[in-house]
Every structure is written in structure tokens, then in C-alpha cells.
Design a protein around this ligand. Structure first.
Ligand code: NAD
Ligand code: IPM
Ligand code: MN
Length: 348
């Protein structure tokens, strides 16, 4: 299996290196031949090549079985962008589009022992286990844009095909879980949301065994903190999915725990990354929580290598460590990134 590693910026390299070490260990014990190749990406690639997604990086990603990414961005690049420099985030969007990654799977479940890490009461957060399926290559992120200091514009386009394919991914996922799909939109205001709702209902005809409900996004933001355990799979457009998945990650303890898989057509390489960013406030301190990145490596084994046993072994090791009291600073503890790595490796 050929995996391209994109460490990126801030805590990206710290959590990515940790995840690669766990991935290597899991592959070694399951006899999976793993070949890794690191490439410049994001701010680091701007520093080196003036381009957040250099052609050699893109070519390597397109030719790999999977890509494992840390995070990109940071204040230094935000400043430079004001003077016309490219943005690290633009490299990430271009990579998602070039790889055709329309479905972003973002699971959040409450791990045993983490009830106290949630800002919610134990009785509210108990049994929360949600898979957000975020549409990833459409909507506001990729619509026509006009920059300006007096007027600016971001268009929000969606086509039937774009909604259909991500809806199918979500229905399939719900079928393999508790059988409930919540589609989140703003159909009381947005034309694209009315299209979204209609197409999701059409796709539902092929999945009569899955229960479908529609919830408006503002109410959904509320339900996620009042009754998170009543949801199963949630499908939504790009920006709503970005926002709701960060909210949900905090509900079950910390954004540092949340992994993701970005998938396109079957047989094409997937991209795996924690949902958090480069965390400039803690970069270089060695205290970043690497679990979101480690669980992303597990998703890589499941979705891009078909290695369910190896994937589940990483997830079980993480669950065991958390139940055993492993707490990085975001979870109110004092374990370092290295402590977390050592704990997961020994549990594995
Ligand atoms: P962020 O996710 O980087 O950080 C938000 C807060 O969560 C910070 O307090 C940070 O310390 C904490 N945090 C995040 N990950 C953590 C971890 N693994 N362990 C412990 N604490 C963690 O979001 P932000 O501050 O809004 O963005 C910072 C930069 O990251 C921006 O440039 C943004 O564009 C970029 N970003 C990149 C990605 C990506 O590469 N996929 C995702 C989100 C944000
Ligand atoms: C994420 C990030 C990105 C997004 C940014 C950095 C472009 O927030 O991966 O969630 O909005 O998709
Ligand atoms: Mn985000």
C-alpha cells in the first residue's frame, strides 16, 4: 500500500508523524506492506515552492492508494495573503477537488470514560455516536467568488448529481448503522437547500429500509447539544457540515479526537485527516492530541486498504487508552503527544 504523507503546518507535522508511527506498527503486525512518501503541502509548500499544492505533490497524491494529512494554515500565511500571497487552505481545497473527494465522513462518538470531558451533562451526552457525511467539493467553497473591500460575493451552487452521490454514500452508511438518516439544510430560505431536500427524497426511494428526516440547520445546531444521542447519520452540504462537525467533536470531548475520511469514486485514493486545524496556539509545544490523526489512519486502513481488522485494532487501542485515563491537555490532562503515542503503541 502506497501512502502519501502531507504533514503541513503548525501541529500538522506533530500529529501526522504520530499517526504514521501507529500506522506502521499496525501494518507490521498485520503483514501489510506499507510504502510511505512525504510531500510538501500547505504553508510549508508555499515557503519552499511558492505554491500550497505543488504539481509533484498533486501527482504523488493522485498516484497513491491513500493520502494522510496533518493540517494546514497559520497566522503568518493569513498575513501574507493580505498582500496577495497564496493561502495554504487554497491548496487543501484544490487537492480535494482534484482528487474528486465529494464525501467527507466525520464520525464522533463518546468514548468510554470521556463523559466528564464533555461540556454537557453525562445524561445528555451518553450513547452519542454520530457519523456526519459532509459534501466536500461543492457549495460556497467552490462557487464563483468576488473579493472586494466594499462588496464581496460567494456563490452557493449545487447540482442534482452532486447531491445524489453524497446522499447515496450517506444512505449506504445509515443502512450499515442504526438506519436513521438526518438530512440538514436551510430549505426555508435557500434554493440550493430545496434542491438538496428534493434530491435526498428521490434517492431515499432506493433505500426504503432507512428512515429519513429533514432538520433545518439552525435547529440542528441546537439539537446537537440538547439530544445528541438521538442521531445516527447526518448528511449535509459543505459549509454546514464543516461547522456542525466541529460542534459535535466538542460535544464528545474535544476536536483533537475527531478523524475524517474524504472519499470519491470507488477505487480512487482517499484522503485522511483529523478535522482540526494547525492549532497555532499550541504548535511546537509537543502537547497536541494526536488521536484524531491516529483514528484517521485507522479509517485509511478501512476505506482505502480494506483492512478492517487492522483498522479496528487501532480504534480498540485508542478506546482502551482513553478508558484507562489517557488525557492530553485538551481533555483536561497533562499527557504529551509522545505520551499518547507510547500509550497507543503499547495498547496496540
Ligand atoms: P484549530 O482547529 O486549529 O484550533 C481550534 C482550537 O482547538 C485551538 O485552541 C487549538 O489549540 C485546539 N486544537 C485543535 N486541534 C487540537 C489538537 N489536536 N490537540 C489539542 N488542541 C487542539 O482551528 P483554528 O484556530 O480556527 O484554525 C487555525 C488554522 O488552521 C487556520 O489557519 C485554519 O485555516 C486552519 N485549519 C486547517 C484545517 C485543515 O488543515 N484541515 C482545518 C481547520 C482549520
Ligand atoms: C476543515 C477546514 C477546512 C474546511 C479549511 C481549512 C479550508 O476547516 O477541514 O474542516 O473548511 O473544509
Ligand atoms: Mn473545519
Amino acid at each position: 500500500m502506497k501512502v502519501v504523507i502531507l504533514p503541513g503546518d503548525g501541529i500538522g507535522p506533530e500529529v501526522c508523524e504520530t499517526a504514521v508511527t501507529v500506522l506502521r506498527a499496525a501494518c507490521a503486525s498485520s503483514n501489510i506492506a506499507l510504502d510511505t512518501e512525504e510531500h510538501a503541502f500547505g504553508g510549508a509548500a508555499i515557503d519552499q515552492y511558492g505554491d500550497p499544492l505543488p504539481p509533484a505533490t498533486l501527482e504523488a497524491c493522485l498516484g497513491a492508494d491513500a493520502v494522510l494529512l496533518g493540517a494546514v494554515g497559520g497566522p503568518r500565511y493569513d498575513e501574507a495573503a493580505k498582500k496577495g500571497a497564496p493561502r495554504p487552505e487554497a491548496g487543501l481545497l484544490a487537492l480535494r477537488r482534484e482528487m474528486g473527494l465529494f464525501a467527507n465522513l466525520r464520525p464522533s462518538r463518546l468514548f468510554e470514560g470521556l463523559e466528564e470531558a464533555s461540556p454537557l451533562r453525562k445524561s445528555v451526552v451518553a450513547d452519542t455516536d454520530i457519523l456526519v457525511v459532509r459534501e466536500l467539493t461543492g457549495g460556497l467553497y467552490f462557487g464563483e467568488r468576488e473579493e472586494g473591500s466594499d462588496r464581496a460575493l460567494d456563490r452557493l451552487p449545487y447540482s442534482r448529481e452532486e447531491v445524489e452521490r453524497v446522499a447515496r454514500t450517506a444512505f449506504e452508511a445509515a443502512r450499515g448503522r442504526k438506519g436513521l438518516l438526518t438530512s440538514v439544510d436551510k430549505a426555508n430560505v435557500l434554493a440550493t437547500s430545496r434542491l438538496w431536500r428534493g434530491v435526498v427524497e428521490d434517492v431515499h426511494k432506493s433505500y426504503p429500509d432507512v428512515r429519513l428526516e429533514h432538520v433545518l440547520v439552525d435547529a440542528m445546531a441546537m439539537h446537537l447539544v440538547t439530544h445528541p444521542s438521538r442521531f445516527d447519520v447526518v448528511v449535509t452540504e459543505n459549509l454546514f457540515g464543516d461547522i456542525l462537525s466541529d460542534e459535535l467533536s466538542a460535544v464528545v470531548g474535544s476536536i483533537g479526537l475527531a478523524p475524517s475520511a474524504s472519499l470519491g469514486e470507488a477505487g480512487k485514493p482517499g484522503l485522511y485527516e483529523p478535522i482540526h486545524g494547525s492549532a497555532p496556539d499550541i504548535a511546537g509545544l509537543g502537547i497536541a492530541n494526536p488521536i484524531g490523526a491516529i483514528l484517521s489512519a485507522a479509517m485509511l486502513l478501512r476505506h482505502s486498504a480494506g483492512e478492517e481488522t487492522a483498522a479496528a485494532s487501532i480504534e480498540a487501542a485508542v478506546a482502551w487508552c482513553l478508558a484507562d485515563g489517557l488525557r492530553t491537555h485538551d481533555l483536561g490532562g497533562s499527557a504529551s503527544t509522545k505520551d499518547a503515542l507510547d500509550a497507543v503503541l503499547s495498547a496496540l
